[in-house]
Design a protein around this ligand. Structure first.
Ligand code: AMP
Length: 277
């Protein structure tokens, strides 16, 4: 496995690899990331991972500075997963001072949910993903459904700008108690870690209600809120939207994304499920 830190080295190393599947990450790798690498391995002969905590997708009051950066452990996990190349640039390498900022915005998809709660977040995501795609020119790239809106935003950026890359959607990996794996889970105190499991339980209950014939989304989102609230989580949103357009869905007459964002202590967690009609 080769590890490079500069754009020049990344381009040179990439050129020798042939067809690649790319897995962009911010590091602090967990089994969710590893599952993306495994899917990547099945999608192309070579796998490239980036590890970069992208400053432009963090808001001014978010956790950019305290975001975990265990690089040596991350590299060991990549090696173990059979990754061929890791690109781990510094912010100065990605955003030199003499280069103007550029943003790609997809307002149709980013005015709700994460986009509404984290202004500018998806502009930063599109900026860094577009740069990484230009540097590494992958044939395929893997994104997790845990960040469902991000997956849609990146897919639409690729489609709208004719980027020659196939986006592969990867299912959410969970802890045995259902909590969606996240680099931010390690911020949780043992009590908060326990309380966080209620998010998945609430989503599962809504799924069961939906299966039992309750298709009105206001009933299902109310179920989720009512289950979560007694556990002292601060809900950012519980929303039911069309998973393609992110427009609000009133009734589950077609696949519907049920998405939650909530704070447990100081840690903001997101999760979702797709409800079936
Ligand atoms: P991050 O390092 O959080 O930016 O995530 C990098 C990629 O891993 C993104 O495509 C995420 O959607 C994906 N990812 C994060 N957590 C999970 C998970 N629990 N299961 C599957 N994919 C995930």
């Amino acid at each position: 496995m080769r590890v490079v830190n500069t754009i020049r080295e990344a381009r040179e190393a990439r050129r020798e690899l042939g067809s690649i599947c790319f897995v962009p990450t911010m590091g602090a790798l967990h089994a969710g990331h590893v599952s993306l690498m495994e899917l990547a391995r099945r999608s192309a002969p070579r796998v490239v991972v980036s590890i970069f905590v992208n400053p432009t997708q963090f808001g001014p009051r978010e956790d950019f500075n305290k975001y975990p950066r265990p690089l040596q452990e991350d590299l060991a996990k990549c090696e173990q997963a059979g990754v061929d190349l890791v690109f781990a640039p510094t912010p100065a390498e990605m955003y030199p001072e003499n280069v103007p900022d550029i943003f790609i915005d997809i307002p149709a998809l980013t005015q709700t949910l994460e986009g509404a709660k984290r202004p500018g977040h998806f502009k930063g995501v599109c900026q860094v993903v577009a740069k990484l795609f230009n540097i590494l020119t992958p044939e395929f790239a893997c994104f997790g459904q845990k960040d469902y809106q991000q997956l849609r935003v990146v897919s639409e950026m690729v489609r709208a700008l004719d980027m020659p890359v196939d986006i592969i959607a990867c299912p959410t990996r969970r802890e045995p108690d259902g909590l969606a794996m996240s680099s931010r889970n390690q911020y949780l105190s043992p009590e908060d870690r326990q309380r966080a499991t209620i998010i998945y339980k609430a989503l599962k209950t809504a799924e069961e209600q939906c299966k039992a014939g309750y298709k009105q989304t206001n009933r299902l989102t109310t179920t989720v809120r009512n289950i979560i609230l007694p556990h002292h989580l601060l809900i950012d949103y519980v929303a039911a939207v069309d998973p393609m357009t992110f427009k609000e869905a009133m009734e589950v007459t077609q696949p519907t994304l049920l998405a939650v964002a909530a704070r447990v202590g100081n840690t903001r967690l997101i999760d979702n499920t797709v409800l079936m009609p």
